[in-house]
Design a protein. Sequence first.
Length: 693
Amino acid sequence: MTIDSQFIAPLAGWPDYYQAIQERASKRWDQLEADPELAGPWHQLFKQVQSPRHVLSELLQNADDASATEANVSIENGRFVFEHSGDDFIEAHFASICRFGYSNKRALHTIGFRGIGFKSTFSLGDRVELFTPSLAVAFERTRFTEPHWIDARYRTSGTTRVEVAISNPLLQREIEKNLDDWLKSPVSLLFFKKIRRLRIGDNEVHWLSLGPGPIAESEWMALDETADNPFLLVRSAEEAFPAEALDEIRKERMLGAEDSGDFPPCRVEIVLGAKGRLYVVLPTGVETALPFACNAPFIQDPARLKIKDPETSPTNRWLLNRAGVLAATAMMEWLEQTQTASQGRADAYGLLPDVDREATTLEGSCGAIVELAFEDTINERLILLIEDGDLVGSKGAIAVPRPIFDIWPAEQAMALLDEKSRPALSRHVSTADRTKLVRWNLVEEFSKSDLLARLRTSHLPRPSTWRQLLNLWTYIAPEVTGWQSHQPERLRIVPVQGKEVLYSASEVVRLGEKKLLQSDDDWEFLAEHLIVLNQNWTRFLAEQRRDKADGVGGADPTQAAFAVLKKIGLDDTSDVNAVIERVAADFFGSSGIKLAECVQLAQIAAKIGATVGESFRYACADRKLRPIAQAILYDEDGALEDLLPETVRQTQLLHPDYVASFSSCSREDWLRWVSSGRSGLQTFAPLTAKRTG
């Protein structure tokens, strides 16, 4: 039977225990009214529960204690109505709500704070009515623990219902806001033993179990049918309270000698996916920087807004330590699930806290206690999940940006990037969790900046596919093309012909698809002294851009790659002057230079009309190499030779082999080149000043 069913119970009298409890409560109030000093503490404590924000929480807790699985709450014609499907009252339970300043609850998984939970309903109005299959009673504010029997015809069939006429619109707005907060953040419902469904007006909150979690005593939970961002509920084993905690609890509950029985052991719970608030089944005002919520029977402050400072509360300090141990143990057991894929195991780092241990606030102190207990638990454990699924100890792996795994295989990447060749932290560890591991000093990080620095100093291997090279260019494009980039042409990211490593644009030339020279021998000569951009790379980029234009594929990383190509100066074929200068620098800087090769290079330069630069050399008649700055003479028709002194002929006149035959250019090419001035050769002897007379 659902709690929506409200059948009128048969007319009947009150239960056997009712009259004795009612008379005892009435007598107590007679005593209090006769002695104002005795009544003062009662009324003072009663004022502390006058907050609408606690009403629903307290009633839900009572319903959970009664083994309810669902509850309804609504505001109908100015009346607050709460109903649940739990068990009917027995004598002990009814006696408890007819007392004050005392709780008979032993299981500290629930609050049971001085027996005032039910009394919180008086924050809404002066009269509270309670209906169950066996009870139909009302309580008045003036004597808030004294029950009054009302018409038994209003008793329910199978449910418990609480009704309060709300005193004024302000209180109604407050309770409506609290109900709205429950709809927005119903985490508390996870900590009840039985209740998993709560209906508020026309809305419903329903926690669904998605099955066992990754470790023992854990469960994946989701709100309603939504499982996109499940919560992980982890429960500890039950553990007995230490002696100093029991002493504190008895004092808080004002228990006398007759009530000094032991409390049963308790558990603590954490919820990954919820904010770091502390709960006592119900939410407290303590919201830590922890990555999970904590639920435990914390001792609260008198206003029940926060918890007692753990510096002065041994119970709270013990419970916070247990939460830290639970989170650490859960994380380690999760990581050690070798039968689980790395992607699932990496999520365990979500439990790793990262708080300010020096914070002086209550929230900061609570978080620090949890984190310190966490640290003690993981000390010297194999904690770092690496790419192959193994675990290694602190500093035994290195964290690299995930995009690097899409450029080089993990093992190769670490051999290239880490001086100690340590394995890579699993790529499935999120950026946020990797940051926490670095802050904990458990792992060193190789950043994008480190990669850029390495690309400036090392010739790293070319990725095995063009797609992987594209991943590299796309990854570093923002830094290369940004306005703050410094000498991007020196980054060694360019693939070249015949080489398995990457070069910088400053070391590379880009030759056109169409050959300027017809002789394969001439091209081979140039290639021996040039580092040439691999034309297959630019063809690949062009194909990718064309496919994108044709609507093939999704995002277009080639746009970033072409921006890089432009930034480093390789978006077009290299200037022929630069090509010849690059060849000249390499060729004339080598040993064993042959005259025939000097002639070949000059004729190639003539063929393509290049302007020679500082590195270019000509062989003179004495077969020695000299730069154009030394006024190298070309005697086109033999007229100069007879006019020049022997020393000038030997040291400045171009060697005749340059024009003895033409294989790399034609005679016409040569003459045009010389006459244009681009060759740097002079066709007449320079005039020198001479004093006469």
